[in-house]
Design a protein around this ligand. Structure first.
Ligand code: HEM
Length: 157
């Protein structure tokens, strides 16, 4: 048990955010400032208001998420992919705009290196969420062509 706690503490010291000065306080500041803007945004605000009843709980969850990503605390227990795959009509332009607001907020809220890291991670995650959403919606091209009935009947190899 002590061994496991020591390993977790070591992992946290090696977490990507530590070297650039990310702290729980900074995560709280970034997340709260960002969602404050998003709620007022004409394009994104209504999407969140339709889904989120308890903003305090949502913000706490997002702080846990970023704490897990940048400080490797393992606090986040959610499942972002299905949560986003359920969002009908949300696509590339929404993600681009989400990232614009995220970048502007990070530049204003965080020291430069920490902002760079918040931005780089959000861009990677946004990309993988969009890929996952496209996959869930059947929008990605298949990796192999289905065998045509013609080929099957030929029986050849
Ligand atoms: C167009 C862009 C985005 C929109 C409109 C959006 C919207 C939402 C909404 C409405 C929820 C709540 C879903 C629910 O409770 O049913 C949610 C959850 C969440 N979002 Fe996003 N999101 C976007 C992009 C992102 C990005 C880029 C990230 C991360 C970098 C992110 C991280 C999360 C996380 C961690 C949750 C919590 C998932 C869970 O409950 O397990 N989102 N988002």
């Amino acid at each position: 048990m002590a061994h496991r706690a020591a390993a977790a503490a070591r992992r946290r010291l090696e977490a990507p955010g530590v070297a650039v000065g990310v702290t729980e306080e900074l995560i709280g500041a970034q997340v709260h400032a960002f969602y404050g803007r998003v709620r007022d945004d004409p394009m994104l605000g209504p999407i969140f208001e339709a889904k989120i009843d308890d903003w305090d709980a949502h913000l706490a969850k997002l702080c846990d998420f970023w704490s897990s990503v940048l400080l490797m605390t393992g606090r986040f227990k959610g499942a972002p992919m299905p949560a986003h795959a359920r969002l009908v009509g949300v696509g590339g332009p929404h993600f681009a705009h989400w990232l614009e607001i995220w970048r502007a907020t990070a530049r204003e809220t965080c020291p430069p290196l920490a902002a760079d890291m918040f931005i780089a991670r959000a861009e990677m995650i946004a990309r993988s969420l969009q890929m996952g959403m496209a996959m869930a919606r059947g929008e990605l091209p298949p990796l192999r062509s289905a065998p045509s009935p013609q080929t099957d009947q030929d029986g050849g190899g």
